[in-house]
Design a protein around this ligand. Structure first.
Ligand code: EPZ
Length: 420
């Protein structure tokens, strides 16, 4: 297992490129199964979750090549239909094969994903959507077994107690594109990644309208064709890199990003006091001496993303005054907080709220990463802290951040990957 050794307290400044979106790439790779033949997907980040999804596709008898962020996916006529426990256990997003295989084959056995470090994460909305489209779903020995003939389009409502679901919207949309008639998904998630998958499906010949809105209309088509497509930039990686520069008092010119997907995050950075200039596909950010605390309410897009919550807690732990961050999507997603406290942060958790009292300094310490964004938060704290930090279990980071240490080194960080 690798760990990072980081010497903190160095100003990080320079220019960086944003990578492609992990959370778009994963479902798009699976959506490619909906058409026989060769699909080419560009701007796919070279991260371990993508490599894992390649294995899932290969298990389903698909040939995949991955070179320089370009994925070539050769989908055969006959596909496998089982996603075993071993795959789904390692990456929940493996469950996207449900939507694509229900749509294409009318048959799929997928291991039920279990719990996860950030919360319970049920899949009831996915199953509700499939059932309403006419799929017979049984839960047997830890597996979801779905069987159906031709799905029939229908109007359905896809929100649960926490609001919309990114995964359920994408999964049901993938199942519906080849159905008979019209499916209307009300209460659809409007995250840019959902729209990216919808645009990808349309480039294959699907007829999806209402993209970027909570009401998606999907007119079923007979078949889809392979396509070429470029994935959107990763808005969470972009946000993380912006924070990396200003948490150290630096400045960054971030290229190849999509600022229109980052509205609330950029607004919050401005509210704290950072100087920001926004271009069409780039952002310039500069630190400031005059910073003030902010309150953040984490909610589905277009509000503040849960995937940036941990990184902002690191940032706010160094901003004088009291900031309150309320997490309303994964209420227990605060595993980074005890580790930040070990580095000198002053944070109290009260139910779904983190109350952060800014401190003057964080101090390097050995800490443990627990999930992808918690790990990012610890790296951010470590580059800002005085002294040396060791971050263990960085395999979480490798799942979702492309060349993170190379990017940070490029803007001046002293970060080493060490084998334990
Ligand atoms: C996606 O997860 C992302 N993962 C997550 O990113 C992200 O945190 C999350 O969306 C929210 O933005 C991928 O795209 C691969 P949801 P997903 O379904 O689809 C509840 C990262 O760090 N819910 O939108 O699983 C659920 O418990 C990861 O990159 C149900 O109740 O999230 C949560 O409270 C982590 N029933 C809320 O909805 C369901 O059937 C939103 O979850 C489904 C979800």
């Amino acid at each position: 297992m690798d760990k990072f050794v980081i010497k903190g307290g160095i100003k990080l400044s320079g220019e960086l490129n944003t990578s492609g979106s992990k959370n778009s790439s994963l479902p798009i790779m699976v959506a490619a199964l909906l058409a026989k033949g060769r699909t080419v997907i560009r701007n796919v980040p070279d991260v371990n979750d993508v490599k894992h999804m390649i294995k899932v596709l290969e298990y389903l008898k698909v040939r995949v090549k991955f070179n320089k962020n370009i994925l070539t996916i050769d989908v055969p006529k006959k596909l496998g239909y089982i996603a075993p426990y071993n795959f789904v256990r390692k990456m929940r997003a493996s469950y996207y094969v449900m939507g694509a295989l229900i749509g294409r084959e009318g048959k799929v056995d997928v291991s039920l994903p279990g719990g996860c470090a950030i919360g319970e994460r049920p899949i009831d909305l996915h199953l509700k959507g499939f059932r309403e489209l006419g799929c017979d779903i049984k839960l047997e020995k830890g597996y979801v077994k779905a069987r159906c003939k031709k799905l029939k389009g229908k109007e359905l409502f896809l929100q649960g107690t926490k609001g919309s679901s990114v995964g359920a919207t994408i999964n049901v949309m993938m199942a519906a594109v080849l159905s008979e008639g019209i499916t209307i998904i009300k209460g659809a998630a409007v995250e840019p990644e959902v729209s990216d998958v919808a645009n990808f499906l349309n480039s294959m010949g699907a007829k999806i309208s209402g993209i970027d809105t909570p009401v998606l209309k999907i007119e079923g088509v007979e078949n889809l064709k392979p396509t070429e497509y470029t994935v959107i930039p990763d808005r969470i990686e972009a946000g993380t890199l912006l924070v990396a520069s200003v948490i150290t008092g630096g400045e960054l010119f971030l290229k190849k990003c999509n600022p229109s997907h980052m509205h609330v995050v950029l607004e919050k950075l401005k509210e704290i006091g950072y100087k920001i200039e926004i271009g069409k596909d780039n952002i310039y950010i500069k630190s400031s001496k005059y910073l003030k605390p902010v309150n953040i309410n984490v909610l589905p897009y277009p509000f503040f993303p849960t995937d940036m919550q941990a990184q902002f807690i690191s940032l706010l732990s160094l901003v004088d005054g009291i900031s309150i961050v309320s997490e309303n999507i994964f209420e227990k997603r605060f595993m980074h907080v005890p580790e930040l406290i070990r580095m000198g942060a002053d944070i109290t958790i009260e139910s779904n709220k983190a109350i952060i009292k800014g401190v003057k300094k964080l101090y390097g310490a050995p800490v443990m990463a627990s999930d992808l964004r918690a790990s990012a938060a610890l790296v951010l704290a470590a580059i800002a802290a005085s002294g040396e930090s060791e971050i263990r279990r960085i395999y979480h980071l490798d799942r979702g951040y492309e060349s993170i240490e190379k990017k940070l080194r490029k803007i001046g960080a002293k970060i080493k990957r060490v084998k334990e």
